[in-house]
Design a protein around this ligand. Structure first.
Ligand code: BGC
Length: 454
């Protein structure tokens, strides 16, 4: 057995990272537009003003995706392009852009997977308190309604939120991401609760206003763990670490898988979080929990790496030191292919939903060689190793439905600006010329045989 016959081979991007056209055709400002302009938050004060200019070059990009053999494209919508003020007036040109993109994809046989929110909150809503405002779930509902009514005739698959962990943790706790705030503990958990309710409200709107049956999921991230050995106690320790609070600090909470996913998929906040931080938690009603845990169709997870743990004498997880000279990416993220076996396995055991890897990939310092090609051999090896592990998970009974490589193309890497490249397509930001890297051809060959060559 290998990957399912209908396995979804995709690639992903996000609006602010690729679209550009930040001030065109009636788009409203979002928190990243403003954050980047502040200065001091991104590498060399880079902004997403132009990014990959996908707004004007989507046809070329879709053609490249076709050349790579992608079966699906996961992209996010810019909320402020559709509703410039976040609520109220709809911008027809914003809708038209996504109509064109979606139609171009469908025309080439590429299935669109829409992410509603990949971190670019309309600035007008930020001025009203952003995710701290108790109205924020309602705002998100209104936006999701517009999306459902307009696109569900052609789009079947939706993700509500991308990595709420980063929205809350990096946006409001460390301040590394827009809006760059550092709120106190009570606001921090209030924001978590609002964001999760917003997810629930969006799921509600998508079900209610779509003209056809749609499939809904989420694309969270989180700290993942894998066992040092196959000994049952190490495996159990890794499982415990994956779903438990490893350090009782608010900073660590942001990456706690269970804080985000237990409420959504199991209908309850985790005990360890409530015990540790109950005093800061908002009052949660059963109706709110029911809203947050509205049934979803699949489980998505962005997976890049995991920490290795083993069991101590009491069965508790302890981190195993990385070996000297461990493999790492350009951004110093460890290369840990087995995480694509263990994370899907643990997450599937707990949440029991068809599973998608909604992002996976690596940064490498690529350039165009003298031969005119981009030899990103480390990315080819990375994908090869990770995908073999994902196949092993599928063979072991995890219901793996698809894989989205991050990213289709080099793009604006948030605080790192354009200094880091995650794409399978190289982008020259001066000329906007695109070049397929070796990894794009590698992926094309994998897709062509449904992973049989891995
Ligand atoms: C995010 C992407 C980001 C990627 C690499 C994920 O956290 O969803 O937007 O570019 O990782 O850092």
């Amino acid at each position: 057995m290998s990957f399912r016959k209908d396995f979804v081979w995709g690639g992903a991007t996000a609006s602010y990272q690729v679209e550009g056209a930040a001030y065109e055709d009636g788009k409203g400002l979002n928190i990243w537009d403003v954050f980047c302009k502040d200065g001091g938050h991104t590498y060399e004060n880079h902004t997403g003003d132009v990014a990959c200019d996908q707004y004007h070059r989507y046809k070329e990009d879709v053609a490249l995706m076709k050349e790579m053999g992608l079966g699906a494209y996961r992209f996010s919508l810019s909320w402020a392009r559709i509703l410039p003020e976040g609520t109220g007036k709809v911008n027809p040109k914003g809708l038209a852009y996504y109509d064109n993109l979606i139609n171009a994809l469908l025309d080439k046989g590429i299935e669109p997977y829409i992410t509603l929110y990949h971190w670019d909150l309309p600035y007008e809503l930020h001025k009203r308190g952003g995710w701290l405002n108790p109205e924020s779930p309602k705002w998100f509902y209104e936006y999701a309604k517009v999306v459902a009514e307009h696109f569900s005739d052609r789009v079947t698959n939706f993700f509500t939120l991308n990595e709420p962990q980063c929205t809350v943790g990096l946006g409001y706790q460390t301040g590394e991401h827009a809006p760059g705030l550092r709120v106190g503990a009570a606001d921090y958990f209030r924001i978590w609760h609002n964001v999760l309710m917003a997810h629930g409200r969006a799921a509600e709107a998508l079900r209610e206003f779509s003209v056809r049956d749609v499939k809904i999921g989420m694309a969270p991230c989180g700290a993942l763990y894998m066992p040092a050995t196959d000994a049952p106690e190490d495996i159990e320790a890794a499982r415990k670490a994956t779903f438990g609070l490893m350090n009782p600090t608010i900073g660590d909470c942001s990456w706690d898988v269970a804080l985000c996913c237990d409420p959504v998929y199991l209908g309850q906040y985790p005990e360890d979080i409530l015990t540790q931080f109950g005093q800061f938690f908002p009052k949660v009603t059963p109706e709110e929990m029911a809203l947050i845990s509205r049934p979803l169709d699949f489980y998505g997870q962005n997976i890049y790496n995991a920490v290795t743990v083993k069991a101590d004498e009491n069965g508790n997880p302890v981190r195993v030191k990385r070996r000297a000279g461990f493999p790492q990416t350009a951004m110093s993220w460890p290369v840990t292919p087995e995480c694509l076996y263990w994370a899907p396995k643990f997450l599937y055991e707990r949440y029991r939903k068809p599973f998608f890897v909604t992002e996976n990939g690596m940064a490498s310092h690529d350039w165009i060689g003298l031969d005119g090609k981009v030899h990103d051999s480390s990315r080819v090896d990375f994908m090869h190793r990770y995908l073999r592990e994902l196949r092993r998970a599928a063979e072991d009974g995890v219901d793996v439905r698809g894989y989205f490589a991050w990213s289709v193309m080099d793009n604006f890497e948030w605080a790192y600006g354009y200094s880091e490249r995650f794409g399978m397509v190289y982008v020259d930001y001066e000329t906007q010329e695109r070049t397929l890297k070796d990894s794009a051809y590698f992926y094309r060959d994998v897709i062509a045989v449904n992973g049989e060559n891995l």
